[in-house]
Write a protein that binds this ligand. Structure first.
Ligand SMILES: C[S@@+](CC[C@H](N)C(=O)[O-])C[C@H]1O[C@@H](n2cnc3c(N)ncnc32)[C@H](O)[C@@H]1O
Ligand SMILES: [Zn+2]
Length: 303
């Protein structure tokens, strides 16, 4: 859909406001911390009248200051193409869904999942949809990202989720609202995660392993230190904050055609400083095999 129908947009905003109103009790005002409610299917409002409007795509921007992000609309579109068309992260999404089924508390009750640094929203959407269609769970999905471009794409294309622009360091939600916190290839803030997590909730963090995009690293970086990635410090920090109850190395290769390699170059911060020449070298081949190598860590609170 290139031309956006204005009526569709209004409806989208209203649909979204109606959906959010069912879950308004999870919010707290980012300015004064008071509870919030949906007002006239237009905004989220606290008792001090601090007001945040629904955007026409259906998301809410709950930041209180302008934030610059290096992640652009083009990057998120490229990421979306790789995830949806090339199934680039499919095994990882499947592993997360299985982990949630195995480890999440209160099997029969509705479940709330928040994705911190959700980008354009495909992981959260895939995981929630798999949870409800294959595993018959009632799931509420909340996606948070600091980038308006990412959240805008997520909200435009994925209905029946709550999409919020916010800094994951300081989110506009009340304490202990979530059964599952996802954190996929994004920064973490464990103090904030612990504030949001229910006492028996789980945190699932995905981080790169040594082989992740190694073909790209070898072409783009000339020193061995940059060509080889180690996640030891990140794993240590996660283990210091949580009791690790499960982990899995999700490692595989994906064959990408030239157009998808182009998307790969667009979607990763690794190529932000690449030269034209390096990019051309990578785009020379008709198709390229690329390694995806990730650690999926599952933690729960330390007692
Ligand atoms: C590499 S992308 C991963 C996005 C998504 N999880 C995925 O795997 O497609 C990192 C994401 O973290 C987000 N991010 C970085 N700092 C953030 C912060 N302080 N609060 C919320 N999101 C943040 C970026 O905007 C970006 O969408
Ligand atoms: Zn307020």
């Amino acid at each position: 859909m290139n031309e956006v129908d204005p009526l569709f947009e209004v409806n989208k905003r209203i649909r979204s406001a109606k959906f959010v109103s069912r879950f308004e009790s999870i919010f707290k005002c980012p300015i004064c911390n008071l509870p919030m409610h949906v007002f006239e299917l237009k905004s989220l409002l606290c008792s001090n009248n601090h007001t945040f409007d629904f955007a026409r795509q259906g998301y809410i921007n709950l930041t209180t200051r302008q934030i610059q992000s290096k992640y652009s609309k083009k990057l998120f579109e490229a990421r979306r193409k790789l995830i949806i068309e090339d199934g680039f992260f499919k095994p990882m999404n499947r592993a997360i869904t299985d982990f949630i089924c195995q480890h999440a508390p209160r099997e029969m009750e509705p479940m709330s999942i928040i994705d911190m640094g959700c980008g354009e929203g495909s992981h959260l959407s895939n995981i929630c949809d798999a949870m409800s269609s294959y595993h018959k769970k009632t799931v509420t999905g909340v996606g948070v990202d600091i980038s308006k471009d990412g959240i805008s794409l997520a909200s435009r294309d994925y209905d029946n989720k709550i999409w919020i622009v916010a800094d994951l360091v300081n989110t506009p939600f009340r304490d202990q609202q979530f059964d599952v916190i996802l954190n996929i290839l994004s920064p973490s803030n464990y103090a904030e995660f612990n504030r949001l997590l229910k006492t028996d909730g789980i945190v699932i963090k995905v981080i790169p392993q040594a082989g992740y995009l190694q073909e790209l690293r070898k072409t783009l970086f000339d020193t061995p230190e940059k060509q080889v990635y180690s996640n030891v410090d990140t794993v240590e920090l996660f283990s210091a904050n949580y009791q690790v109850i499960d982990c899995l190395r999700s490692s595989y290769t994906v064959t990408l055609n030239r157009s998808s390699v182009h998307s790969l170059l667009m979607m990763t911060p690794l190529s932000w400083d690449a030269t034209e020449n390096q990019i051309r070298t990578f785009l020379k081949e008709e198709s390229t095999e690329v390694t995806v190598d990730l650690d999926v860590l599952v933690g729960k609170r330390r007692n």
